[in-house]
Design a protein around this ligand. Structure first.
Ligand code: MRU
Length: 359
């Protein structure tokens, strides 16, 4: 996708052929800053500190982290895989990517590992970009159908499931980009997504850069707009989908699904194959939910009028804060899943029809 007319992916190999470039997403939308990762420890830090975030992108950067490690210390494969796997707990794409690297590398002699690890990381990145493009194609008819009836389509989304969260295109945003590109009148309600504001900071930035109409709203406003017929469809991304169709996504997604059901608004979840965790049945009981620092709730970061990025405390001194980063939306609240293989019900049967090899 593009920033100022220049096409980017969210992770790419530097022109030196071995170091790895990312955008520092903690600086967006105020500064577009490219970070060059030269060690696997820097890749681990980038994931942990959320310089990169979003389930598919975390997986791709971890895969490149393994490549950086194999270039320097090919004998430390197991330790590197374990450390990278511990950087964030909820998105299953991280382990999926590391398992792919493990399968590709563990039987190889150490001197052959670096080249194989770079090849595997590139394959994972290319696979994600193409997968997300197909998710866009498979979600587009949902938006087209509404636009044909109403003359326009209003989508609500939560968090950031655009190209900054994947390698390219995004998951939830891919159908929106395609709708815009094919001339449909599409508008997006962007949940700000406290506490880290991925909606206000990242989704709004991406949509703006692509020229898609959007309005940022407080997280609490979605239900109100649904009650007034201003939301035609909700599309969100996900960090893990269980065998039975339960969906882990950014904290607050569950409340949007409840509001959508109460108002008869379709609630769709877009995911690539790498987000499916067929070993898990009950999302609420079994998916580990990342607990992040309370400082993300007590503090807010923004840009001052004179251009400095500053963090200020918005909670009274001495108050504690809790910060679960994800919640689980039960399958019964999900209208359906949009994948690179097509759409399905959020059920075991629906998933197995799309992915029979995962039975
Ligand atoms: O904590 P984050 O920013 O990594 O959380 C990201 C989300 O919850 C996204 O909605 C999800 O990863 C889907 S990304 C295509």
């Amino acid at each position: 996708m593009k920033i100022d007319g220049v096409s980017y992916r969210s992770v790419w190999l530097d022109s030196d052929g071995w170091s790895v470039n990312i955008f520092d997403q903690t600086k967006l939308p105020w500064q577009v800053e490219v970070l060059r990762l030269t060690t696997w420890e820097q890749a681990a830090h980038a994931i942990r500190s959320m310089q990169v975030r979003g389930a598919p992108l975390i997986g791709a950067v971890a895969a490149y982290g393994v490549a950086l490690a194999m270039r320097a210390e090919p004998g430390r494969l197991d330790e590197v895989l374990e450390t990278l796997n511990e950087t964030r707990p909820t998105a299953i794409n991280l382990r999926w990517a590391l398992d792919r690297q493990k399968a590709a590398l563990h039987n190889l002699p150490v001197e052959a590992r670096a080249a194989a690890a770079y090849a595997e990381a590139a394959a994972i990145a290319d696979d994600d970009a193409e997968t997300c493009r197909r998710i866009g194609e498979n979600g587009l008819p949902l938006l087209r159908e509404i636009a044909e009836k109403k003359g326009r389509v209003n989508v609500l989304t939560h968090c950031n499931a655009g190209w900054l969260a994947t390698v390219d295109w995004g998951t939830a945003l891919a159908p929106i980009y395609m709708a815009h590109d094919t001339g449909l009148d599409v508008k997006v309600w962007v949940d700000e997504t406290r506490p880290r504001n991925q909606g206000a900071a990242l989704t709004a930035f991406e949509l703006g850069a692509h020229g898609v109409k959007h309005t940022v709203i407080a997280d609490n406003a979605g239900g109100h707009y649904m009650q007034h017929g201003e939301v035609d469809i909700v599309i969100v991304g996900t960090d893990r989908v269980t065998r039975t169709g339960d969906v882990a996504n950014k904290i607050g997604t569950y409340l949007k699904a409840l509001a959508a059901q109460d108002n008869g608004v379709p609630f769709w979840v877009a995911l690539p194959h790498s987000t499916l965790d067929m070993r898990v049945r009950d999302g609420i009981a079994e998916i580990p939910i990342e607990e992040r620092s309370g400082a993300e709730v007590t503090d807010m970061t923004g840009r001052t009028a004179d251009g400095r990025i500053e963090t200020v405390r918005v909670v009274s001194a001495g108050s504690q804060a809790a910060n679960p980063a994800f919640d689980v939306t039960p399958a019964r609240l999900v209208t359906g899943l949009i994948t690179e293989r097509g759409r399905s019900a959020a059920t075991e049967q629906g998933l197995l029809e799309l992915y029979p090899e995962k039975a």
